[in-house]
Ligand binder design. Structure first.
Ligand SMILES: [Zn+2]
Length: 258
């Protein structure tokens, strides 16, 4: 999908230092995904406002009729779906254009923004429901807030630093940042004819690209070096004539102390 995404920053010395720079194409794609995310999140808040409008009119001492209650729950469900869909696009954008770990606050906010939105899209309606003594709706809204927050959180957030290290490591092994993966797999591979790539559903077409392409196109692959197929890693080292010991040294150097 995209071309080479890694530029060499400092030349000469070993170990080589590479800094991940997203391509203009990746940036444009990420921008589009962020726009989708924001639109969906705004609609989630609109859904919440609709639910709150119904609750505002309620007399705390008089129970809602079943029809209104069901309608409220449906609106909250729409709120949840919009929230999670927005977070899906937001996380996809982060995989294309990750944040830097050097800016800790920005890194946290960019990766976990969906959790913040989950609170914004549910906390007010939860509070209002309890004020209006509509406990069932309040409890469901609270449950949706927690569930939506968990689904929106990024438990393996991508970072520029990780991408740079992984790309440098793959290039050290193979010479180029080119990897292979399948749509349903959770690993990326260095060799197109890897036994695991072949054995995993022979009918499935696999794709090739940079590590970042793999992360952007398959959300099941965690953006971590543990996603590298270990058979491919050993084969790469063997082809280079490296001992297991030397491979470990290269890896330690690539991912070790910052
Ligand atoms: Zn493999």
């Amino acid at each position: 999908m995209t071309t080479k995404k890694v530029t060499k920053v400092s030349g000469g010395g070993t170990p080589q230092t590479l800094t991940f720079v997203p391509t203009a194409e990746a940036k444009a794609q990420a921008g589009k995904f962020r726009k989708y995310a924001i639109i969906l999140w705004v609609l989630a808040v609109v859904a919440q406002i609709c639910a709150m409008a119904i609750l505002f009119k309620k007399d705390p001492e008089i129970d809602l009729n079943t029809g209104t209650r069901v309608w409220l729950i449906v609106i909250l469900l729409i709120d949840l779906i919009l929230l999670v869909a927005g977070s899906f696009f937001w996380k996809k954008a982060n995989r294309l254009v990750p944040a830097s770990k050097k800016e800790a606050v920005k890194f946290f906010l960019q990766n976990q923004l969906g959790v913040v939105v989950a609170a914004i899209a549910f906390a007010p309606v939860v509070i209002l429901a309890f004020i209006k003594k509509e406990y069932l709706v309040g409890a469901i809204a609270a449950l949706f807030m927690v569930g939506g927050g968990l689904l929106s959180a990024d438990f393996s957030p991508p970072s520029i630093e990780e991408y740079s290290k992984q790309s440098a490591y793959v290039q050290e092994l193979m010479g180029v940042d080119q990897v292979f993966w399948t749509k349903s797999g959770t690993k990326f591979h260095l060799y197109e004819d890897c036994q695991y790539l072949k054995s995993s559903r022979t009918t499935e077409i696999f794709e090739g690209g940079t590590i970042v392409d793999a992360y952007a196109n398959n959300p099941k692959i965690k953006p971590e070096i543990s996603s590298l197929c270990s058979a491919c890693e050993r084969r790469g080292a063997k082809d280079k004539g490296w001992s297991d010991n030397y491979l470990q040294q290269v890896k330690d150097r690539a991912f070790g102390v910052e």
